[in-house]
Write a protein that binds this ligand. Sequence first.
Ligand code: GLU
Length: 418
Amino acid sequence: MTLEQEKNPWLAAEVRFDKAAATLGLDDGMRKVLKKPAREMTVNIPVMLDDGRLEVFTGYRVQHSVARGPGKGGIRYAPDVNLDEVRALASWMTWKCAVVNIPYGGAKGGVICSPTLMSDGELERLTRRYTSGIMDMIGPDQDIPAPDINTNERVMAWIMDTYSMHARQATTAVVTGKPMELGGSLGRREATGRGCMIVTMEALKKFRLTPETTKVVIQGFGNVGGMAAQLMAERGFRIIAIIEYDGAIYNAEGLDIQALMDHRKETGSINDFAGGEAIDKAEAMFLQCDVLIPAATENVVTSQNAERLNCKILCEGANGPTTAVADGILAEKGIFVIPDILANAGGVTVSYFEWVQDRQGYFWNEKLVNERLEDIMVQSFASVAKWGETRKVDNRTAAYMLALDRVASAIRLRGIYA
Ligand code: GLU
């Protein structure tokens, strides 16, 4: 396999799928059904730019499975979005929702664009036109988008408004990750990072570590990595390094995360932070630590560098941070992997709570949201561990097996409509 193939997320998704399906003894027909996305849409969307030029952007929405419930999954805006990536991300949503046992299938969307170079007006026009393009696919009972890389509450509000204008009624449950004023949920913003912290705490028990004795390195300081850092620092973890796209910062005693957040807010970057020393961002991932949390993007742990990881626990905050080829190397090194479809499932879990609250028109307090999230994450961690122990497989394969089994079982019960 070439490095390019190794880094194709759809191929990585296939390798993991095949391994779990074989270990599970899934029949050929079911494998075919579960492998291919159920529905894919490509839209080419004209958007008027601020300078008067008309530009056409390409966007996708893929529903991998709607067997257990409506499609669910984020929308990302990035220059390198492609259909194979969106397919893989959609399938990971199917498995993720099944691992935490929430009543959704899996979907994902993406638009090829450079959001940092676009004005607010351009982003709004792009979002609204993309929403209208995929309108027939989404809906509270069909497919519910959410934020992902480079999309946020504001983008969700535009989607909610565009959909609602067409539906001729305010339809808050069509997206999650919305502002509080529009039916958002308390705790949603922190949910993915909180989920990472909860499963890491569960993993620590296996190593007889306590938060105070645990050194953590986090890649990414955004919605997932930043929140995980903040919540873990509050619990007493020693966050010794934060790695961002434009630099990395290190402090052996543990970084003051709140101060680093304030510094970033003021200067726009983690660089030049007085409470730590700047280190090489390409090397920081290989620092000796107990927990490494890649919480940025895909393909950061590959066949080229997995050997150099120096952690006991790898908690995958991002989707697909480890290539399938690297899995074997991590296993040989004895690294305890908390796979993405479990580790970062806190986000979609609270998205589910948001959707439930919107549909009921009755909102929960933050304590209730966090307690229910914790219950689900702890239970899911235990279920994956149990599958791993009884079937003698690694955590990732165990999580996939649990997920495949749940989705296949739903399909069998529904039967094939002919
Ligand atoms: N984009 C997030 C993920 O990959 C959240 C999805 C959601 O809340 O639907 O899990």
